[in-house]
Structures are given as C-alpha cells and as structure tokens.
Design a protein around this ligand. Structure first.
Ligand code: SF4
Ligand SMILES: [Zn+2]
Ligand SMILES: [Zn+2]
Length: 303
C-alpha cells in the first residue's frame, strides 16, 4: 500500500482517519500532534523546570524524547527524568537499564526513587497474601513519590507518557464509578493546585500502537518488558472492551477523550479539586488521611 501523501510505501494505516502513511509522513504527523498538544497544555512565560516520569517503557521513553526534541535547545527550560523503582524483580532491572541508557543518550539528568526506601515495602512483598492488586498500592505510592520529587526538584510541570488508550481507559473507569470529582482532577493541568505538580500529557491523543511505531522508527531505546502484576488490573477489562469498540467503530477512543474533556470543562471549579491536607504526612488529600498513609497503616510498614 502506498502513502496517502507521497509515492513511498506506507508503514501505517490509521483507520480512524483513513490515511496510509510512509515513515517520513507518519513521523511528521506524529510530531505535529505532539507539538500541538504541548502548545495547548503549556505556555512558557518564565524559566521552567520540567520533569518527565520515565518508566523505561515505550510511552514514557517517547514522552522524554519528545520533550527533549521540543524544549532541549531552550535556555529557559531544564528537563529532568524521574524513575520510580517499584521493587519488582522480574521487571524493574531491565526497564531501569533502558531508562538509564536513554537518559545517557539524550544527555538528560536522571533521578531514581525507590518505593522500598520511602515506604519500607516492595511491590513484590505486597503481591504476597490476600490483598488488593499491587497496582492499587503501586499507583498511590508512585504518585506520592513523583509529587514529592516534583517539589524537591522544584519542578514546574511533570510530563507523563499517557497515550490515547490509557486516557480513554481512565476516563471510562471514572465514568463507570460515577467519580465526577476525579474526572475534574484528571490531567493535563495548567496550574499547580494545593502543592500538586501539574501534569502534562503530550501523547494523550495518540494511540498506543502509534507510540510504539514512532519509538521503533526513531530508534528510541525502550524496554518491552511488562510488569507481572499488570494482568491483574481491572483496567485490562476496560482495555479489552474499548479496543473492541474501536475495532467496530474506528475513532471511538478519540471520541471518548474529546467527550470527557468537554465534561471536565463543565465541572464547576469549586468541586474541581477540593483538597485538604493529610493529618499524618501533610500531603494534599481529599480526606483526613491520604490514601498512601492509609495503605502504609494497613501494611504495617510505618517506621
Ligand atoms: S502494572 Fe501495577 S504493579 Fe506493575 S508497575 Fe504498573 S501499577 Fe505498578
Ligand atoms: Zn509519504
Ligand atoms: Zn498522608
């Protein structure tokens, strides 16, 4: 099949807009969307320090690569990659290697934070026994660490590699739970509220498969390793359903994100993010005790 824009061989067929693209035009289309999304999410009017949450997988590696591509030459922007070590023996060492190799290649500062150092427990420990899925604890601990790093490092923004698939899944999960307040708190954020570092999500409108293809075409180092606990997550059930809808009706994922973005814009500001402070650690929290402290208490890891 030929590219819809030139005579070269196509490497991608984008069902949702009917176009076949060669490598050159695919890369151009990909970068155009990232540029537009960054422009929509971020207006730089003073020197800023941008963190990139880097797991070592394809999405965050592409997010780091794109942040460097767009802002790497600017004197008023500094970039630091932040990797969380969750304590998962069959997954983290390989992904850490990929993260270290990419940051070295791009010449980006790299901070590594360990859940075990901060919370006294690894996700391998948590997976033993009759508890919630490790992802429930991991997500909460990781968010707290990333936010703490954001504050310590003086970060103005934190870029994450969430792609279109992740974003549509999170939105549907929040809708199904009726959690409108959480929809109001979803990124991207334009300003910092209650001590939370605003999140930027430059890949949020780009399908996962395209992020993978871009990483391969650009020769970006990333790890293919997947977390052994990933298949326990309820998210997978949403992933399967949404993938089926997309297959039957191309463009569904974009429609979910565009629709929920419109709903989010209608959520009144006062109910948007009404955060107090955790009575134990002082972190921003919608309740008296933040979820991280509640988990630490449950796991008995308080020191
Ligand atoms: S799949 Fe779950 S346990 Fe594994 S790294 Fe992701 S959130 Fe953590
Ligand atoms: Zn072409
Ligand atoms: Zn707390």
């Amino acid at each position: 099949m030929k590219c819809s824009q030139c005579k070269n061989e196509a490497v991608a067929f984008l069902k949702y807009n009917g176009s076949h693209l060669c490598d050159k035009h695919f890369i151009k289309f990909f970068q155009k969307r990232v540029n537009l999304e960054f422009r929509a999410e971020l207006r730089i009017t003073r020197p800023v320090r941008i963190g990139v949450a880097l797991s070592g997988g394809k999405d965050s590696s592409v997010a780091l690569h794109e942040t460097k591509r767009i802002f790497g030459m600017r004197r008023d922007v500094s970039i630091v990659a932040v990797t969380i070590d969750e304590g998962i023996k069959s997954y983290r060492p390989e992904t850490m290697k990929a993260a270290e190799s990419l940051t070295a290649k791009l010449g980006i500062e790299h901070r590594i934070l360990r859940i075990e150092d901060a919370f006294g427990v690894t996700m391998d420990d948590v997976s033993q026994g009759d508890r919630l899925t490790p992802c429930s604890y991991c997500g909460v601990f990781r968010r707290k660490l990333i936010n703490g790093a954001g504050i310590e490092e003086g970060l103005d923004y934190m870029v994450t590699g969430l792609n279109l698939d992740d974003t549509a899944q999170s939105m549907m999960m929040n809708l199904v739970r009726g959690d409108i307040a959480r929809i109001g708190r979803m990124g991207p954020h334009s300003i910092s509220k209650d001590g939370l570092v605003p999140r930027l999500q430059p890949l949020r409108k780009i399908p996962e498969k395209e992020v993978m293809l871009y990483a391969i075409l650009q020769g970006i180092d990333f790890s293919h390793s997947t977390c052994p606990y990933a298949d326990r997550a309820i998210r997978n059930e949403f992933r399967e359903s949404i993938d089926r809808w997309e297959e039957r009706s191309p463009g569904t994922k974009h429609s979910i994100v565009n629709s929920v973005d419109k709903i989010k814009a209608l959520i009144p500001l006062e109910s948007d993010i009404r955060m107090g402070k955790c009575k134990i650690c002082g972190s921003p929290s919608p309740g008296d005790i933040c979820q991280s402290c509640a988990f630490e208490k449950e796991l008995g890891t308080w020191t």
